[in-house]
Write a protein that binds this ligand. Structure first.
Ligand SMILES: [Zn+2]
Length: 126
C-alpha cells in the first residue's frame, strides 16, 4: 500500500501567529496571506525586565509589523512570507527568530529600510 499524502492543512485549526509556518496548500496559503500582517491589539503585552513592552502604536508606523502572542516577539509580514533569502542576522530576527528588544525600536525603522525588506515588498506587490 502506498503511503498516504499528508492531509491539507486545516485552516480551522490554523493559528494566526507569525511563529507558525504558512500552510503548504496553495489555497490555504493565499487565504492566510490575504489576511495580511498579524497585529493583535487587545492583548496584554508583557513587560520585560526593564519594564519595556511591545507598543501597539508601532502598527500605525509599520504596516508590516506583526506580533506573536506565543513568543512575545515581533516579525515582518512581508519578509516572513516573501523572503526566503535571509541576508543578515537582523533580517533573520524579523523572519524566523522574532525581534524582542523593545528598547531598540529604531531597529524597526532600520529593518524597513533594509534591502531584505525592500525585496520582500516588491515580491508582495508583483
Ligand atoms: Zn521586512
Amino acid at each position: 500500500m502506498a503511503e498516504a499524502l499528508p492531509a491539507p492543512t486545516d485552516l480551522l485549526n490554523y493559528v494566526y501567529d507569525p511563529c507558525c509556518p504558512l500552510p503548504t496548500g496553495k489555497e490555504a496559503r493565499s487565504h492566510v496571506i490575504s489576511k495580511g500582517a498579524c497585529q493583535p491589539k487587545d492583548h496584554n503585552f508583557p513587560a520585560n525586565k526593564r519594564n519595556r513592552r511591545f507598543q501597539v502604536s508601532w502598527y500605525e508606523k509599520f504596516d508590516w509589523l506583526e506580533y506573536s502572542k506565543s513568543l512575545d516577539k515581533a516579525f515582518c509580514f512581508y519578509c516572513r512570507v516573501f523572503n526566503t533569502q535571509v541576508s543578515s542576522k537582523s533580517d533573520q530576527a524579523f523572519i524566523k527568530v522574532g525581534f524582542g528588544n523593545w528598547k531598540k525600536s529604531e531597529v524597526l525603522t532600520k529593518h524597513q529600510k533594509s534591502d531584505c525588506h525592500k525585496q520582500s515588498l516588491q515580491a508582495y506587490r508583483y
